[in-house]
Design a protein around this ligand. Structure first.
Ligand SMILES: [Zn+2]
Length: 111
């Protein structure tokens, strides 16, 4: 191995190690950030559904074992009566007053 090749290897070695470090350290954060971005709108909708359920239960004197229907909470969700849908196509299931609503899409759930 010539001195020049050895010199190039000594210069390139730390650069390659640094790039490898960035890829290994940062890649999971990029994946997590993308997952959070796609999940957050659904989580916000689940919060709205949960809030509508709690308000419906309060207004109607319901207990923790009572479960609303979509028609029950529709007036509490939006003025136009639209039921929001999961941006990724998951299906929402209403919870009882004491349990949170759920989305069928993997990873979409209230914290
Ligand atoms: Zn969802």
């Amino acid at each position: 191995m010539s001195n020049r090749r050895l010199h190039n290897l000594m210069v390139a070695g730390p650069v390659v190690a640094f790039v490898a470090f960035i890829v290994v350290e940062a890649a999971p954060n990029f994946v997590r950030a993308r997952t959070d971005i796609s999940r957050n709108p659904c989580i916000n909708i689940l919060r709205c559904i949960d809030g509508a359920t709690q308000t419906w239960a309060f207004d109607n004197g319901k207990t923790t074992s009572d479960a609303p229907t979509w028609d029950d909470i529709r007036p509490y969700l939006s003025r136009d009566g639209e039921i929001p849908s999961c941006p990724q196509g998951g299906r929402y299931t209403l919870g009882r007053k004491g349990t949170a609503p759920t989305c069928s899409y993997p990873g979409h759930r209230l914290p």
